[in-house]
Design a protein around this ligand. Structure first.
Ligand SMILES: Cc1cc2nc3c(=O)[nH]c(=O)nc-3n(C[C@H](O)[C@H](O)[C@H](O)COP(=O)(O)OP(=O)(O)OC[C@H]3O[C@@H](n4cnc5c(N)ncnc54)[C@H](O)[C@@H]3O)c2cc1C
Length: 453
């Protein structure tokens, strides 16, 4: 650490990864500044995980209200109303509270917050507005940004960023994309009473998830009234009076009140001056780093969404902890990207950890597959026609559980515990010898006895 420089570390971007890196490094005695151009907490807090989950809760209330009658509650649905601006305003209040918490966390850790857009002038100098700051290390933690395909009428299309601040809900909406963000927003909109169509160019959404999970989610979403159209894409969008005319690749047209694209995200490196500095970007535009987040310039590291590893907050947090330890701690530690659990907060939720059946077969494993499909107890009295899927992918020779997958209520909550077991290398015999918690849906994971394949 050199006293002739302003800082030991300047972090560009106060998102999930940047804030964690700044706090951990300051805690180790480093003099740290973090530069943020938009909002403390980054994507996750402002236009990602947090507001999304609040909207998911909002959408789910409808199911609860509908289910109430079977339990004796008299809540006629035609007397129930929903006010979107209230949900958005309450969500905004919560996000502002979190922005404040992030600010205080940084200040209490003695991290200097610099507001503005940063660029890197040379390997040891960061520029923000008309000020220059010198530093020993620079970390790029600038995240990612949604991309809309270049089609006529692109300017009429919203992304998840704008969806969080929509002034009014339309009657109909088209969600374009097949990834988890598209699926979650289709669920939110449909749950809030919007006639929703999801369009995806592939033959089935949620590529990369277990095939059974994808098919089952398709079936459950269709039952909930979401219109799913695969093998089709949008060719143009044209504003017409108070709606949009959407032209599809199959020759059809449809009218809708809103088009949202969740068609991918790119690394956010605009104006940073990375290529001028000789920092390599890969073909998809992500910053190239080695296993220790080192770019091609020794003083510059990068982490989080901008390097193209799984774009999840816990991944960015874990990377920040490894990098901080390497820069200012004992130098030990490496990232482990195996068995990253994840959830899709559609209705019903998806929870998944470990290998899909397809990945395990491709890797050459001989498998036993355990699969259970049932109606959750909660829906027996309410009469809701929603089913739950649970699946275990087991390596036959070693009995090791390679993957656990679920579609059903609280799948995200249930999968977190399973992730510990799978990370610890649990066998199917150990699952079998674990007592169930009765009566729950989760107990099915320890009571599936007969393989289906
Ligand atoms: C709709 C949506 C839902 C999501 N849901 C989930 C979820 O449920 N679970 C989950 O784990 N993940 C989810 N994610 C992903 C998660 O939000 C990201 O993986 C995570 O935020 C990445 O953290 P990061 O630190 O790399 O970048 P970010 O959190 O994006 O932070 C980057 C920060 O850098 C700032 N910045 C950029 N350029 C500059 C510059 N030149 N100067 C100064 N500041 C700059 C940006 O303003 C931003 O604040 C979701 C994402 C989206 C879009």
């Amino acid at each position: 650490m050199s006293d002739s420089l302003d800082y030991d570390l300047i972090v560009i971007g106060a998102g999930s990864g940047g804030v964690r890196l700044a706090r951990m490094s300051a805690g180790r005695g480093a003099r740290v500044a973090v530069v943020e151009s938009r909002y403390l907490g980054g994507t996750c807090v402002n236009v990602g995980c947090v507001p999304k989950k609040l909207f998911v809760y909002g959408a789910h209330v409808r199911d609860e209200l509908e289910d109430a009658a079977g339990y004796g509650w008299n809540l006629p649905m035609d007397s129930v109303s929903f006010d979107w601006p209230t949900l958005v305003a309450n969500k905004n209040t919560e996000i502002e509270r979190l922005n404040g918490i992030y600010g205080r966390l940084l200040e209490n850790a003695d991290v200097t917050i610099i507001e503005g857009t940063a660029s890197i002038k040379n390997p040891n100098t960061v520029v923000v507005g008309d000020k220059e700051y010198t530093t020993e290390h620079i970390t790029v933690a600038t995240g990612s940004w949604p991309v809309i395909p270049d089609i006529p009428g692109k300017e009429c299309i919203l992304t998840s960023n704008e969806m969080f601040y929509l002034p009014q809900l339309p009657k109909q909406a088209v969600v374009w994309g097949g990834g988890y963000i598209a699926v979650e927003f289709a669920g939110i909109l449909a749950g809030l009473g919007v006639e929703t169509t999801l369009l995806y160019r592939g033959d089935l959404f949620l590529r990369g998830f277990d095939e059974d999970v994808r098919r089952f989610t398709e079936q459950e979403m269709r039952k909930k009234g979401v219109r799913l159209e695969f093998g089709v894409t949008i060719e143009s969008v044209e504003p017409e009076n108070s709606h949009y005319r959407v032209k599809l690749s199959n020759g059809d047209t449809m009218d809708t009140g809103l088009v949202m694209a969740a068609t991918g995200r790119r690394a956010l490196v605009d104006g940073l001056g990375l290529t001028e500095l000789g920092i390599e970007l890969n073909a998809s535009g992500h910053v190239v780093v080695d296993d220790y987040f080192q770019t091609s310039v020794p003083s510059v590291t990068a982490l989080g969404d901008v390097i193209g590893t799984p774009q999840l907050t816990p991944v960015a947090l874990a990377q920040a902890m490894v990098l901080s330890r390497r820069m200012f701690g004992d130098g030990e530690g490496e990232m482990d990207y195996t068995a990253i659990p994840t959830a899709v907060f559609c209705q019903p939720n998806i929870g998944t950890v470990g290998l899909t059946e397809e990945e395990a077969r491709e890797a050459g494993h001989t498998l036993r597959i355990y699969r259970s499909e049932f109606r959750p107890m909660k829906y027996v009295l309410s009469g809701r026609d929603e089913r739950c899927l649970m699946k275990l992918v087991v390596d036959d020779p070693t009995d090791k559980v390679l993957g656990a997958h679920m579609v059903g209520p609280d799948a995200g909550e249930i999968t977190q515990g399973l992730a510990v077991a799978i990370k610890a290398g649990a066998t199917k015999a150990q699952f079998d010898s674990t007592m169930g918690i009765h009566p729950t849906s989760a107990e099915e994971f320890v009571t599936m006895r007969e393989p289906v394949a």
